[in-house]
Ligand binder design. Structure first.
Ligand SMILES: Cc1cc2nc3c(=O)[nH]c(=O)nc-3n(C[C@H](O)[C@H](O)[C@H](O)COP(=O)(O)O)c2cc1C
Length: 319
C-alpha cells in the first residue's frame, strides 16, 4: 500500500502522463490490465483557465476512469489556480505538476523541466496549488537540467516542504530528453532525502526493469511510460513479477489482435469513425512491433481513414 495524501494505491506502479497517448481509451484499456492510478497527458493550465475547447477535450473521462491523476503544465501561479477552479467540475483524484517536460516550446515558456532551474519558483507554485485544491498534489521532476546541475534532491526536499504528497522522478536530465541511461543513484538519493512516496521513472520497459528500478533505488513504486505502448499487458506482468516472482508469457497474436480491435473501437466511439482511426494509427505500429513482414500492413494502417479500413487491416495480421 502506498499512501498519496488521502489516496491509497494498492500496487507499486502508475501509468505515466504521455502526451498524445494517455487519453481516455488508452487509460480504460490499461486499467483492464491491472493499472490502478493513471494520469492524463500534460494539460495546459492556460488552456484550462481560458476554457479552451481543445484543452477541455483532453480531459474527457468517465466513471470507470478512476483513480485519475490530472497533470498540469504551467509556470504562472494565477493561471494554475484558475485551472484548478475549472477542474472542480471534472472528477479526478490527484493533481500533478509537470516539471519534467523537455520539449523546446514548453521550455521556452519557462514551463516543464525549466522549473528544475528555479527551485524557489517551483516551491512557490506547488505551495499555491496545495493551498488551492483539496486533492493530493504531486510533482514530476527530472534528475536535473543537465549533468552539471543535477539537483533532484534539493528540488524534492523543497517540494516536500511545499506540502506535496508524492514525487515522480525521471532519472534523466532535461538535456538527455528520452535517451541515454537512467541515473538510479539520483532516484535513490531522492528517496533517502524525503519521507513522502517516491516513484522512479525511466526505462521501465518490462517487469524485470520494474524490479531493477525498485531494488536499485529503494523507490516505493515505478512509473510505466513507453513500456506500455502496444503492450498494455505490462501492468499485469509487473504485478505478477513483483508479487510472486512469476513471469507471465507475452500474449498470443490472437490476444494482441483482439486488444487492437478493442482499443480501435474505443478510439472511434470517443473520437468518431475517422478521427478515431487516425488516433489509432500510431498504436497500430506499437502493437505490431516484432511481427514478421509487417511493413506493408503498417503502411496501409498509416493511411487508414476510417474504423472499417483499420478493422480490415487488423484482420489481415497473421503470424
Ligand atoms: C511520447 C511521450 C510523451 C510524454 N508525455 C509526457 C507528459 O505529458 N507528461 C510527463 O510528465 N511526461 C511525459 N513523458 C515522459 C514519460 O512520462 C516518462 O517519464 C519518460 O518517457 C521516461 O520513462 P520511459 O523511459 O519508461 O519511457 C512523455 C514521454 C513520451 C515518450
Amino acid at each position: 500500500m502506498i499512501t498519496i495524501g488521502t489516496y491509497t494505491l494498492s500496487v507499486p506502479f502508475v501509468a505515466a502522463p504521455l502526451s498524445g497517448i494517455s487519453d481516455l481509451p488508452y487509460r480504460l484499456l490499461i486499467r483492464s490490465f491491472g493499472c490502478e492510478l493513471a494520469f492524463t497527458e500534460m494539460i495546459s493550465a492556460r488552456g484550462l483557465a481560458y476554457h479552451d475547447k481543445k484543452t477541455l477535450e483532453l480531459l474527457k473521462t468517465c466513471d470507470a476512469d478512476r483513480p485519475l491523476g490530472i497533470q498540469l503544465l504551467g509556470s504562472n501561479a494565477e493561471l494554475l489556480c484558475r485551472s484548478l477552479d475549472v477542474l472542480a467540475e471534472i472528477p479526478h483524484d490527484i493533481i500533478d505538476l509537470n516539471a519534467a517536460c523537455p520539449v523546446p516550446k514548453v521550455i521556452k515558456k519557462g514551463e516543464g523541466a525549466s522549473l528544475m532551474k528555479d527551485p524557489k519558483k517551483l516551491h512557490d507554485l506547488l505551495k499555491r496549488i496545495v493551498a488551492k485544491t483539496t486533492k493530493p498534489v504531486t510533482v514530476k521532476i527530472r534528475a536535473g537540467w543537465d549533468h552539471r546541475s543535477v539537483n533532484a534532491v534539493e528540488i524534492a526536499r523543497s517540494a516536500q516542504d511545499a506540502g506535496i504528497a508524492a514525487l515522480f522522478v525521471h532519472g534523466r536530465t532535461m538535456t538527455q530528453g528520452y535517451h541515454g541511461s537512467v541515473d538510479y543513484g539520483v532516484i535513490r538519493a531522492v528517496k533517502e532525502a524525503v519521507s513522502i512516496p517516491v516513484f522512479g521513472s525511466g526505462d521501465v520497459l518490462s517487469p524485470l526493469h520494474a524490479h531493477m528500478m525498485i531494488s536499485k533505488t529503494g523507490c516505493d513504486g515505478v512509473v510505466v511510460a513507453r513500456g506500455a505502448l502496444g503492450n498494455p499487458w505490462i501492468f499485469q506482468q509487473i504485478a505478477a513479477f513483483l508479487t510472486h516472482g512469476t513471469l507471465i508469457e507475452t500474449p498470443s497474436l490472437e490476444k494482441v489482435v483482439q486488444t487492437m480491435v478493442q482499443h480501435l473501437n474505443a478510439c472511434c466511439d470517443l473520437y468518431g469513425e475517422r478521427h478515431g482511426a487516425v488516433v489509432f494509427r500510431k498504436f497500430f505500429v506499437w502493437y505490431t512491433k516484432g511481427i514478421a513482414h509487417i511493413r506493408a500492413l503498417r503502411n496501409k494502417a498509416f493511411h487508414a481513414a476510417t474504423r472499417a479500413d483499420m478493422l480490415d487491416i487488423i484482420g489481415q495480421i497473421s503470424p
